[in-house]
Design a protein around this ligand. Structure first.
Ligand code: PAF
Length: 281
């Protein structure tokens, strides 16, 4: 696996492989890699001749300095995991200057309202930060295919919108959420849970499964009430539960026949903010 420590080394690597007609897959990360990331590379291995990953903890998507400081930094272990996976041909480790040559600031996008829902409302500026770094990475890496996890479903929707509005020629792929045996969605943040919290957090996935059973059986209001009751009997703090239209991400108050819906949860186990979602069918 090649380690590309600068924009110049990345560009030389990409040019060399493009000249050879290689199809390039790309999965960007912020490190603290786990099996969920490996599943992105596994998915990419079906469509591409080679896979590039990147590790960059993007400051502009953190709307709180403490969260950025607390973000796990595990580069040596991450590089080992990438090598051991056997899927990744090269890893790009850009400096802040490589991605933000004109200063570390977000662009301002119009995501058609997708960025005002859920995570956008809770974390102002977050999606402009994600958009800025993903746009720059896609322009530099020039992949044919790029892979993002469904666990961050709103991020995925925003990236699809970004690619459409910028015309960057890349196909975006959604990769299903990887879960721990008890159902907890894999996340770098799980490292900060105590064993008890980890067990208690399984209620998030269980609630999504219940919501799916109640889908089109109960009304949206009834489902919302039942979910609140579930969390009142746990030590987790529910930040929001929302059933939203899968395309617009707008909360629905009624299940229309020809629309697709998804349930979204954010809950706190102590100081750890956990996020999950599930398609309803
Ligand atoms: O999902 C992530 O890890 C990040 O938001 C991403 C897409 C790598 C951008 O920094």
């Amino acid at each position: 696996m090649e380690i590309l420590n600068s924009r110049n080394s990345l560009e030389a690597y990409v040019e060399r492989n493009r000249e050879m007609g290689k199809i390039i897959g790309f999965a960007p990360t912020m490190g603290a890699l786990h099996a969920g990331h490996i599943s992105l590379y596994e998915a990419a291995s079906h469509d591409n001749d080679l896979i590039i990953s990147s590790i960059f903890i993007n400051p502009t998507q953190f709307n709180n300095a403490e969260d950025l400081l607390k973000y796990p930094k595990t580069l040596d272990q991450d590089l080992q995991k990438l090598k051991d996976s056997g899927y990744v041909s090269a890893v790009y480790l850009p400096s802040e200057k490589d991605l933000y040559p004109n200063g570390t600031a977000s662009k301002s996008y119009d995501f058609g309202g997708l960025d005002r829902e859920m995570e956008g409302a809770s974390r102002p500026g977050h999606f402009d930060g994600v958009g800025t770094v993903v746009e720059e990475l896609l322009r530099q890496v020039q992949p044919d295919h790029a892979y993002f996890g469904e666990k961050d479903f709103q991020q995925l929707a925003i990236i699809r919108n970004l690619v459409k509005q910028t015309g960057i020629p890349v196909k975006i792929h959604a990769v299903p959420t990887m879960r721990e045996p008890g159902g907890l969605a894999m996340s770098s943040r799980n490292l900060r849970l105590t064993p008890t919290q980890r067990k208690e957090a399984e209620i998030i996935h269980q609630t999504l499964l219940r919501a799916n059973e109640w889908f089109r059986v109960l009304t949206v209001t009834e489902i919302n009430e039942r979910v609140k009751e579930i969390f009142e009997n746990t030590r987790l703090k529910l930040e929001y539960f929302r059933i939203a239209d899968e395309d617009t991400l707008k909360e629905t108050d009624f299940f229309y026949k020809d629309r697709n819906y998804r349930a979204f949860i954010v809950a706190h186990a102590g100081s750890v903010r956990l996020i999950d979602n599930m398609h309803l069918d």
